[in-house]
Design a protein around this ligand. Structure first.
Ligand code: ADP
Length: 297
């Protein structure tokens, strides 16, 4: 019989098990033994912080983050996009900003402006080139995340969209602790069983962080053949809706596989900036509207 395993997130350390410095431990906010030194919640002016998570890589989490952030900004919101995929920061590539570097103003870091109402911060802006790996332990990541929040001149934001690495790691724990007004997490999945299995873990992880699941987005949901116009169920359809029902969380919508979407990512121009002339464009816009409805009530 298959061995039943239980997902775990790092437990609150005890005096016996704790080997961290409290100031660098992602769990110290819940830790009864925590000593003073944990950075306080970052003092940034933001109405809603939205985490974007997925159970596994390659499901289109960064693509969805970029397009959601862009869609929000084009609907008049002031938006920050924080790329916390520290080991694989792809957002600048998807926005055609790979050559940009971060500037400073006084003692603050200035984010890279995409439009008048969309600014981005990514580890990629600090690296000498796109092939340089980041080899950091947890405390260094925590310090970087704290800087990306507290020491960036974000201005006054309606939304801060945070693209997290896939899985259930340190970065999500840290941002949940340090960012103000975290409204919860959006979970991106593809429809097939292997992806929805991992999404279940992501949902439970978010719940263990004490955050609401804002909703599930099913990406790569069916595909319209560019030649014959018929729909092909490449990865199937409906898996995202099924897990949303199973966990009684909102389903924010489905985005099909669209070659134009892949091309847009590779060419560094968000798909959503095209005119609203395709079912895929409409699906992204609808997902954004569903997100705003859940968050703003
Ligand atoms: P993740 O952040 O989950 O690792 P990415 O956003 O990097 O995934 O997407 C992985 C690849 O899939 C990229 O090449 C991206 O352009 C492509 N992609 C994502 N969503 C779609 C979609 N709906 N249709 C076509 N290609 C997509």
């Amino acid at each position: 019989m298959a061995k039943k395993t239980q997902e775990k997130i790092p437990q609150t350390p005890t005096k016996e098990t704790c080997s961290h410095e409290c100031s660098s431990c992602a769990s110290s906010g819940n830790c009864s033994d925590a000593k003073p030194g944990l950075p306080p919640k970052a003092n940034i002016d933001v109405r809603h912080v939205i985490l974007v998570l997925s159970g596994k890589g390659g499901v289109g989490k960064s693509t969805v983050s970029v397009n959601l952030a862009y869609a929000l900004s084009s609907h008049g919101y002031n938006v920050g996009l924080l790329d916390l995929d520290i080991h694989g920061p792809n957002i600048p590539k998807m926005l055609g900003l790979e050559d940009q570097k971060l500037g400073t103003m006084g003692n603050k870091i200035v984010p890279v402006k995409v439009t008048g109402s969309l600014a981005v911060i990514s580890m990629a802006f600090l690296l000498p080139d796109t092939s340089t790996p980041i080899i950091w332990r947890g405390p260094m990541k925590m310090a970087a995340i704290n800087q990306f929040l507290a020491e960036v001149a974000w201005g006054s934001l309606d939304y801060l969209v945070v693209d997290l690495p896939p899985g259930t790691g340190d970065e999500a724990l840290t941002i949940a602790q340090l960012a103000p007004n975290v409204r919860g997490a959006v979970i991106v999945t593809t429809p097939q069983d292997v992806a929805t299995l991992d999404s279940r873990k992501a949902i439970k992880f978010v719940e263990k962080l004490g955050l609401p699941v804002i909703g599930i987005i099913e990406n790569m949901s069916g595909m319209i053949c560019p030649h014959c116009g018929q729909e092909i169920d490449l990865f199937g359809k409906g898996g995202g809706k099924k897990i949303a029902e199973e966990f009684s969380v909102p389903f924010l919508g489905a985005i099909p596989i669209d070659i134009e979407m892949r091309k847009a990512g590779d060419e560094g121009r968000p798909f959503i900036i095209r005119r609203g002339d395709s079912p895929t464009w409409e699906s992204v816009d609808k997902v954004m509207e569903a997100l705003v409805r859940v968050v703003e009530g």
